[in-house]
Design a protein around this ligand. Sequence first.
Ligand SMILES: *Cc1c(COP(=O)(O)O)cnc(C)c1O
Length: 370
Amino acid sequence: MPDDATTGGVTPELPFLRLVPDDASAVRTAIERVLQRGWFVLGPEVEAFEMEFAAAAGTSRSVGVASGTDALALALRGLGVGPGDEVITTPLTASFTALAIVLAGAKPVFTDIDPERLTLSPSAVGEAVNSKTAALVPVHLYGQAADMPALMAVAARHNLAIVEDCCQAHLATCGGQPVGTFGQAAAFSFYPTKNLGALGDGGAVCTNDDRLADRVASLRDGGQSGRDVHTETGINSRLDELQAAILRARLPQLPQRTERRRALAAAYRRGLIDAPVTVPLQVDAGHVYHLFPVRSKRRDALRAHLRSLGIGTLVHYPTPVARQPAFSRFTPAECPVAETACDELLSLPLYPELSDESVDRVCGALERFA
Ligand SMILES: *Cc1c(COP(=O)(O)O)cnc(C)c1O
């Protein structure tokens, strides 16, 4: 192992994630600009970021909010989805997806996933639709798009809105079209671990619908339509100038950082050919590899084996959201494909700063798993 040679035989830790990107000077410049200006919430940095991020996402508008969760909830509310409505989503996602549906006042309904993409199964959605169903929230999981053409067809047949959860899928495409441009609205997160991360929380709603964008912009700022005019009861979900300035400094690097993620994923795919794990298919070349999970029927033992070799991993996700205590009151969902995935998935380290040697080391460790 090359690492041993340089550290006198002590194998260094290879953490699941290291959030020390090499852009500190650009970030400091952005922070300094905000300090000098003395304007800290919803100002010129947020406005500029909203235009720049919309351009990157391929939509006409984006509205900066406090988190990806709020982006989902406010997009749903902005579309008129709320109490009495059901919203169908996937059980294999961050619980925050379902939490956002509840925050909007609607009821989450979980339907099973496609066994290859691991995203919402269009046929399962079709079977679950009823007269209360108002919207779908597909999640572009791990950076790979859900099957949007098929989901759009189901939505059109039943007159449902679509809010895409793009929190793991900045710059991803589906059949060449940017994710976030299929539905009425899309939600992005800038949580520090995401493909575009702030130094704190942040999020955005992207849409081509000006009226929706204006309504979300009002809802995030208490529901004001003008200064001290509260037209509806919104929430406080404003984006900081500091975070917006930092995101503006980082956005130009996102395409090359995405390419690096793809190169690392390709290296894993080559390196894992003989390893005793299943590597999920890349169904769409527009995958942006927020995460790189593999599958094993002995996942927990595999995780312990890697841990003993100093390699950090995480599980995304150990439990279907439908079985989380907070959500079990909603639907007693039968989601056998998601259940099995939750038992088998293990996310390997993958971030732009990861070295090629580290990928080799992880692949070698996986191959030695008996
Ligand atoms: C991170 C994430 C969210 C929530 O975003 P926050 O900014 O943490 O609120 C929602 N959905 C998915 C799929 C995520 O990965």
